[in-house]
Design a protein. Structure first.
Length: 219
């Protein structure tokens, strides 16, 4: 048994930073506890598909409510949003279709602050150089965004994929050559967004990044 409602957005939806298989917490009105689920699939800016855990009260509650509160964590940040129930499928798998969120609330849980930036960079992944932009950074990691290239398929880039990142900091001579690992990926029609955690950073390099980012904040 299933049902579907068509919803339309009057404005573009925000970009959802999430990886397939990411754990989700779903809160339904009148339920004291959250139900743990996971992301099974999505159509960017259209809908999300999550599983309905066996033995949960979620299935019964969905008969009464069509708006849910959803939260998940990615790279030390908690994301929360409201979503409308579009439909459910019970066979051959218990799946729930949710509307793509119009608004996402971001709560940074990390000890170090991310700083928005626009730094041209090259990431070497699986021996393939990709030219893109670092859109935010902390002394421990960054977000790297690149247009979907023809020389590597988006689904070759998974969590724990090794990355060699090269970039120059404005006003500082030379370039930074850092090693990292992919902790989060999201893909839309035009680009791949990678959350990268730096690995084996020298204290000197970490201090340089921290000083540079503090100057960006002050500026």
């Amino acid at each position: 048994m299933w049902y579907v409602e068509k919803l339309t957005n009057s404005h573009p939806s925000p970009h959802l930073t999430i990886e397939l298989g990411n754990s989700l917490l779903i809160k339904v009105p009148d339920m004291e506890a959250c139900v743990k689920s996971s992301l099974i699939g999505l159509e960017p800016h259209q809908y999300l598909i999550v599983n309905i855990p066996l033995g949960s009260d979620l299935e019964d509650q969905l008969k009464k409510y069509k708006k849910l509160n959803v939260s998940y964590m990615s790279l030390g940040t908690t994301y929360e949003f409201e979503s409308n129930v579009l439909g459910t499928i019970l066979k051959p798998a218990r799946l729930l279709f949710l509307s793509y969120p119009d608004t996402i609330i971001e709560k940074d849980q990390r000890e170090t602050q991310r700083v928005s930036c626009h730094i041209p960079a090259t990431a070497i992944i699986k021996e393939t150089p990709l030219n893109g932009i670092i859109t935010d950074m902390s002394p421990n990691g960054c977000r790297f965004v690149v247009r979907i290239p023809t020389k590597i398929t988006p689904y070759q880039v998974r969590i724990l994929t090794d990355v060699h990142l090269s970039f120059a900091l404005h006003g500082i001579d030379g370039s930074e050559e850092l090693l990292g690992v992919v902790r989060n990926t999201s893909i839309d029609r035009f680009r791949i967004s990678l959350g990268i955690e730096f690995e084996n950073l020298l204290k000197e390099t970490q201090d340089k990044l921290r000083d540079y980012l503090e100057k960006l904040i002050d500026y």
